[in-house]
Design a protein around this ligand. Sequence first.
Ligand code: BES
Ligand code: MN
Ligand code: MN
Length: 456
Amino acid sequence: MQHIKQYVEQNKQRLLDELFDLLRLASVSADPKYKPEVLKTADYVAAKLRDAGADNVEICQTAGYPIVYGEKIIDASKPTVLVYGHYDVQPPDPLELWKTPPFEPTVRDGKIYARGACDDKGQFYMHVKAFELMMQTGTLPCNIKFMIEGEEEVGSSNLGIFVKANKEKLKADVVLISDTSMISMEHPSLETGLRGLSYLEVEVTGPNRDLHSGVYGGAVANPITILAQMIASLHDENNHITIPGFYNDVVPLSEAERKALNSAPYDEAGYKQDLDVAELWGEKGYSTFERTGTRPTLELNGIWGGYIGEGAKTVLPSKANAKISMRLVPNQTSDAITKLFTDHFLSIAPPYVKVKVTPHHGGEPAVTPTDSVAYRAAQKAIAESFGKEPIPTRGGGSIPIVALFEAELGLKTVLMGFGLDSDALHSPNEKYDIYNYYKGIETIPLFHKYFAELSN
Ligand code: BES
Ligand code: MN
Ligand code: MN
């Protein structure tokens, strides 16, 4: 541990400067206008992996953005850790809500504010620097492979193809990912599951053109009203989802699992205060941790239609649209849920409108084992570096590739995230605490050390 602390201390400023350079690159995968910046980011990551001591560093082309690969094989008889992360980020919009520009990282109160600060640049870069540390101090105890992709925030569809085509190259004993959250720095935790996702878009069409709302209003159904009614009917009075069959494949948690989950520290007052809401909302009969970690949900991500510009325009619009996502839990599958939604949504369409459902991406839920050598290594690493045993939690977010690693490579994942839910991922003013960044760089080498030791 001493050599780790010392290395971080001696390189403190540079470790931060390099992350800042990475955060300055606007690698937004969703919007083609950022393409040159996304490609530059891949180059930057490859160069930094090389500098840190990785061999066979490659920028692997795909039909979309490239995957950066690098490895250090010290001894074929030693275990191999495959580190996964993503260098792409979410769009920064709405820009006007940022206190400082999203691609000019700024420190306030010990926290780095920038798009991608936590998700996932700040987090995957800790692995690059922890690797550098192990190389520089001659303490790399196992083989390591890096696979850093550029399309996580848009569904990782090309990574899926890459993984299927490169099974030999990606051969490893475990996948290690830092792209999730902890409860808090005082209550370090390890996520042991991720939800799946089914994302789609709906369009409701009424009359064949926008109409004068005075001339026609009252005689023709307004598609915005109809869409709102259809959407409102998707939850019942207990906030259960009303799609027939939606819960059929949900595996209920055992009483012991529920108890363990609910024994994690939870500050409801602080949670509400942070979000400035008077009351929480959710499926009746479940706690907040259960609602976000173990129950499926249906959320509206966006809704539009009619006139939304300055001032007023009296119009009865022809169309109304919404983007809808459903978070899934074992053993739901995104294809089956997408179909259930589509059938149901079409079936509740009244005769005044036409309804179209367009699926976007999906991903399967995953649970990670808590009795594996790798999980124990992560527990020991965190216990040593935080002075406290980590609490197992279930994450609400999705990293679809985790289920694919298991299906295609037979690999289990350890989710050793150092973010916080309050880091404003995907929101304006995303942040990452400098303390967490260094803490991650200090904890990761301990994971490798214990993983190598316990694998013997
Ligand atoms: N890192 C997040 C997922 C996450 C965040 C998991 C916090 C657990 C805790 C990831 O980058 C992400 O945002 N994933 C998307 C899914 C993707 C298919 C767009 C998500 O969860 O919405
Ligand atoms: Mn992420
Ligand atoms: Mn994300």
